[in-house]
Design a protein around this ligand. Sequence first.
Ligand code: GLU
Length: 609
Amino acid sequence: MPMPILPFCRRLVSPVAVMLMVGLPSTTHAEVELDYEAPAIAPESSSTVTEKPGWENEDFAVAAANPLATDAGYQVIKAGGSAIDAAVAVQMVLTLVEPQSSGIGGGAFLMHFDGEDVRAYDGRETAPSGVDGELFLDEEGEPLDFMAAVASGRSIGVPGTLRMLELAHRDHGQLPWEVLFEPAITLAEDGFEVSERLHTSLAEVEHLRDDSIGGDFYYDEAGEPLAEGHTLKNPALAAILREIAKEGSSALHTGSIAEDLVFRVQNHDRPGAMSLEDLASHAAQERDPLCTEWQAYRVCGFPPPSSGHLTIMQILGMLEALPALESPLNDDLPSVEWLHRFLEASRLAFADRDKYIADPEFVDAPGGDWSNMLHPDYLAKRAEQIGEQSMGSDAAKPGNPGPMETSWAVQPEQPEAGTSHISIIDEEGNAIAMTTSIEQAFGSRTMADGGTGEPGGYLLNNELTDFSFQPEDEAGNPIANRVEPGKRPRSSMSPTLVFDADSGELVASLGSPGGAAIIHYTAKTLVAMLDWGLDAQEALNLPHAITLGGPVFLEAGGYPAATLEALKSLGHEASERELVSGLQALQVTEGGSIFGGADPRREGVVLGD
Ligand code: GLU
């Protein structure tokens, strides 16, 4: 099926052109103008599977989950912006057009490559100072109902996305901060067409209708969601973004917008504890990335508090430790033999993840170094447990990658969902991989209007439900990922940059939403692109298979019935279900061009020149 949004109708004379020449006082970026023009494009007609062509570009490429957001990044780079400049513009537009997935009310992880160094910027939400391990327990000490906890003030973490983008922009931005907000402000003021995915998400989500702001903004009086194609303006968000454009992240973290945010949390029917001090004191962190040699590559990903890179590389490391398979692919799909190994390795990797990984300010790495979990000898030993038959549901036990002072209990499984991924390579060869989240679709279902009193606003995250609801197991052993004040909840987000191990040249940027299944989606895409030689689009098109240690799920309609039956006969408790990833991947080809793929399961596109 041809892409309905192509070709992009481009840049005649812009009726909404803006000329802004003011940088933030804290920046030294060149004066510049951005003649942003809202593109004459309709969002894709379907968020069900839509065939994507894959896009080849010579100089730069922007990949994001919504065409309007991708286009904003494209225009920023055309105006002389860097990858991080484009990422700021993309994120602001996503706040408006993909409010279900990410935004200024959430958190994010950003991997950045400046041609020499790789850095990891951490904008994860933090727990307010007034909470403790009982945050998600009821009066009897039992875990709260999950959705009741999500749709509450308790789940709302102190947002960090803006602080993180500001920090990375100070280090790597080319254009003034202020101009990067023009695409989102223009679209918020002039309106944008509600996409099919936004419409469907509004129709399906629970509790947003109950929110005093979100209910009025996104639904009519009969409770019907905004129709696909409806032109939606968001004056409250436009006003908030204008302040942030002028003042920087402090406009969200202090002052009247912050007061409104805290008011929304504290005055929720089920209030949370966030204070103005919590909001003012959130600081993004620059971390050393984790970089792991794998085959001919150096794969760089996010360290804890994300479990992404460690768990992905445990899976890939265990697969490497097994004798090579004759045919990992069968009729262009992952073979039963490969799937079996991948799923068994996933069981073992998730067992380690659930025991050891949490915010590194609060827990020590096994043996004092996270890379102990990736040591080839350790993974080879773990891989010995992968046999002909499945070890079965919940049979995988954590290993012992290094001595620990605390005897951690294993965290029970909890749902995770609702996120977006951005990959960008600019003309200078800077690259970013950024995964950004408000956790569930529409986060805590709590909308804030910045105290503007105008319609609209932005969604507040429910990221704190990524903490373990139980602080300890029945024997009283603590769970590493329990709630503690000031702590960042463990994440699965896996923004990944890949380099050639010998030359150090950039090979790929990728990542995905999908809760804990982000790990499987990203791991399989790495194997498909770099081991099996598929291009980025072919790799993203492959059907998914996941397990967190218990049942196995194959993507509905993705594999032949015989594959499901074969996995069952190997002892997997297997069934089909929807597995909605939102992968974006950019791959530098041997010829030096950038080949980009966007997940056929969502509305993303790649744009570049
Ligand atoms: N909140 C999840 C995390 O940080 C991501 C949710 C999702 O991708 O859907 O791991």
